[in-house]
Design a binder for this molecule. Sequence first.
Ligand code: PLP
Length: 436
Amino acid sequence: MTDDLEKIVTAIPGPRSLELGEALRSHESRNVTYIARDFPVFWESAEGALVIDADGNRFIDCTGAFGVATTGHANPAVAKAIADQAALLPHGMGDVHPSAIKAELLEALAALLPIGNPKTYLCTTGAEAVEWALKTAFLATGEPYALSFGGAYHGLTLATLEVGGIPKFRMPFRKLLREKTSFTLFPDPRDPKALEKSLDAIGKTLRRDSAIGAVIVEPIQGRAGVMVPPDGFLRGLSGLCKENDVVLIVDEIYTGLGRTGSMFAFEREEIVPDIVCIGKALGGGFPISAAIARGEIAQAWPLSDGEALHTSTFLGNPMGCAAALANLGEIERLGIARIAAEREPLLKDRFETIARFNPAVEHVRGRGMLWAIEFKSATIANTVVLRALQRGLLLLQSGIAGECVTFAPPPIISAGQLRRAFDIVVSIVRDMEAAV
Ligand code: PLP
């Protein structure tokens, strides 16, 4: 075993993780962290695609920490930029006396997207970016409702839940929601008629309901289990939005910045969205997100009279801007999109082989370095995640009912680490035959 592979030195979770679990049980709000005898491990440090826990166990990370770590955990250029900025100016007055570095990041983001005269709103979480996008669409069209998709995940704040298509998250709070979003089916990659059926339903809904001002879509649904729509879906959707004067919001918070083999997943379909939301990978681990709108749409906001209608304390935080600038540089220097595209055929081949020989597997799908295995049940998916953890591999359960396991390592993962990750997955999935 070499230093860049997994190494398990205690029972999993180890004694320190169990102790920390008890501390969380005592002090953290009940619904946040799932704590059990066999889950989770507490992370203490990380480097590249490796994570070291509080007991000194080393794991190969195939979660990318929710897809964030594309340029590697603790990327040195990002870490240095944050540390330098922290010593110089850790906080500015985002919308009053902004930091100089905010202007630099806005310029860099404008150059990144094929959007005319782009105007950007900087924020901290993905959900905030989506909230701004929804408000912008409303101001631009005057129409208060949106069309979204079954399985959609755009965050868990109230406005993002309103357009969220996963019942588990909506149901406990439905009385707080307007429940005015029109949901249509996201095209199922397994159904050959899906494209036609989905576009037909969307077209009918948009023509019928003139109070819909926005369509919000993930180019590949992430939380729902990496649902990759058929080719032509985004192009068709974009056409329908134009025909019906509806703002198209493309949520690239999970898929953006190289993970799926192009800088943005929508680029494959050669469309130009009205608004693009990015987050997760933007700050290389520092919380920063952005929504970027076509100038014509963003124009709907009045000029600030000194009291911004939509802002937040940490808008354009200088450390976040420094982290994002350094990380965009790393995404470019390391060729994250190119690596993800080049590795796609290998991942496709390995996952399809897993699907072919294992009856516990229902379906595999993905693009670039974002894949999911759909199992016959959530119980099987959960067992796979737990067994992988025991073996030193971090995986994330996903899917609307928890029936999937997402595989989203940092694209910079070494060939040896990737090979080992597959060996572990293959051997665990093979053992799952007994469970079917
Ligand atoms: N949009 C998508 C596509 C996401 O995957 C997520 C988070 O997983 C969000 C929005 C919400 O981002 P955040 O958790 O940073 O609010």
